[in-house]
Ligand binder design. Structure first.
Ligand code: 5AD
Ligand code: SF4
Length: 450
């Protein structure tokens, strides 16, 4: 008899892709995905620990699951991903109702570990990490591409090209939770993308913690290839309409990669380039290996290559030792670059990272004030940036349709609402004229062809 699995994903797109892979593995072990946690036979929380808040969300859901499990003792609970990796057996001590703690390199053996929890009747902890870890070739099944994994946009998929990080930014837990950097072979990646495209996928986002260092440490004996070379190879796959990637580190951003925005027609004009701070002193303590001047020079080169690029970034406010002057420099940087959008966070101590031991911790109140100032100004700039699209024509890819209109996304990754009827469907391209800009989305209209 088929069993129900409920998968809840926290955090980044890498986790979203890992959740899809876990769903696919489980479907070959007799599970189907369901949307109702309370009636599931197996609940998987695929977790994130990048900031304290992300971890708290997981812990409170685990608390709620404890109650549900008392009513339904047969239910199995698996904690996968970064919290699992970080906490290991501590998690079982705190949450004894958890059956499986599954580390980031162990998800591919999920089926075996679930079976082991049944055989032994005891919690299983699978968080081993190996320097010799290889990301297995993982082809999507037919079932996956038709959208039965719960993905609303079956024409848009993520493909992981590398895992882990060797940069050791002083605040970041990723090198500990995701392990050493390792790149998949270009051959495996191209095969995975081709399979998706054969099944109707139109847009692919290549994922890695630091895609610019792709190929530096290849999987097994694979022939090394650079990230720009990989982009060219993937872009040649017939039937693929849009290509994106994330995330990049400014220190490794080569001219060759910047040139891809000019040379590869299907590469979308959207770039996420986390800067973290506008102060050289803070960047140095963050161990970022670039200065604000270096960053600005790269941004200039990007816009010279692709003037219509939409640039987004990540910012941390209240890093230990950040003075009012340092924060003012971050605000200056925002004024100079005028990012199209940004993700900004209050610094939070993470277990085992170097900045935990830094002097000059900033109070919550000051962090909150700085975050509010930054976000307020970013919102204004985003609105101004969006306003610049009014009157322009943009190609959107339709995402969803309804009775009162439809919604699509531009190459720059802006959502566009259209309140007209169309016979086109999700995944179809359409040219629209933008007539209104909001902070987070645009409005457009199209001229029906007669
Ligand atoms: N505190 C706050 N923000 C953090 N980030 C990573 N680690 C921390 C931390 N300890 C942010 C960075 C990164 C994004 C994914 O999360 O801005 O780019
Ligand atoms: Fe973390 Fe820095 Fe690696 Fe990004 S580059 S994952 S911030 S260590």
């Amino acid at each position: 008899m088929l069993k129900n699995v409920f998968i809840k994903t926290f955090g980044c797109q890498m986790n979203e892709r890992d959740s899809e892979i876990m769903g696919q593995i489980l479907s070959s072990h007799g599970y189907v995905e369901c949307n109702d946690m309370e009636s599931a036979d197996l609940v998987i929380l695929n977790t994130c620990t990048i900031r304290a808040k992300a971890e708290q969300k997981v812990m409170s859901l685990l608390g709620a699951l404890r109650k549900i499990k008392t009513q339904r003792p047969g239910m199995k609970i698996c904690v996968a991903g970064c919290v699992a990796q970080q906490e290991g057996d501590h998690l079982i001590q705190r949450m004894p109702h958890v059956d499986l703690v599954l580390g980031t390199q162990n998800i591919y053996d999920l089926g075996t570990y679930i079976a082991r929890t049944t055989e032994t009747g005891r919690p299983v902890i699978a968080t081993g990490m190996s320097k010799a870890f290889q990301i297995p070739a993982f082809l999507p099944t037919d079932r996956e591409a038709i959208g039965s994994t719960g993905d609303l946009h079956p024409f848009r998929r993520f493909v992981t090209i590398m895992q882990g990080c060797d940069n050791y930014c002083s605040y970041c837990v990723v090198p500990y939770t995701r392990g050493r950097e390792i790149s998949r072979s270009a051959q495996d990646i191209v095969a995975e993308v081709r399979k998706f495209v054969d099944q109707g996928v139109k847009e692919i986002t290549l994922l890695g913690q630091n895609v610019n260092s792709y190929g530096r440490k290849p999987n097994g004996t694979a022939r090394p290839c650079s990230f720009p070379e990989l982009l060219h190879q993937v872009a040649e796959i017939r039937g693929l309409h849009r290509l994106r990637f994330t995330t990049s580190h400014p220190k490794d951003l080569s001219n060759e990669l910047i040139g891809c925005f000019r040379d590869i027609a299907i590469l979308c004009p959207q770039f996420h380039l986390p800067v973290q701070s506008g102060s050289d002193a803070v960047l140095k303590r963050m161990n970022r290996h670039y200065t604000v001047a270096d960053y600005l020079e790269r941004v200039e080169a990007l816009f010279a290559c692709r003037p219509d690029l939409a640039l987004t970034t990540d910012i941390i406010v209240g890093f230990p030792g950040e003075t009012d002057e340092d924060f003012a420099l971050t605000m200056d940087l925002l004024e100079r670059v005028r990012f199209h959008g940004s993700f900004s966070f209050k610094y939070s101590d993470r277990p085992g990272v170097r900045s935990c031991n830094f002097d000059g911790k900033i109070s919550e109140q000051v962090k909150s004030e700085r975050l509010a100032i930054f976000q307020r100004r970013q919102d204004e700039i985003s609105l101004e940036r969006n306003g610049a699209y009014v009157g322009s024509r943009q190609e959107i890819m339709i995402e969803s349709t309804g009775d009162s209109g439809f919604q699509g996304r531009t190459g720059t990754n802006h959502i566009v609402h259209v309140d007209q009827h169309t016979d086109l469907g999700p995944g179809d391209p359409l040219e629209v004229e933008i007539y209104h800009a909001g902070q987070h989305s645009l409005k457009g209209r199209f001229h029906p062809k007669h």
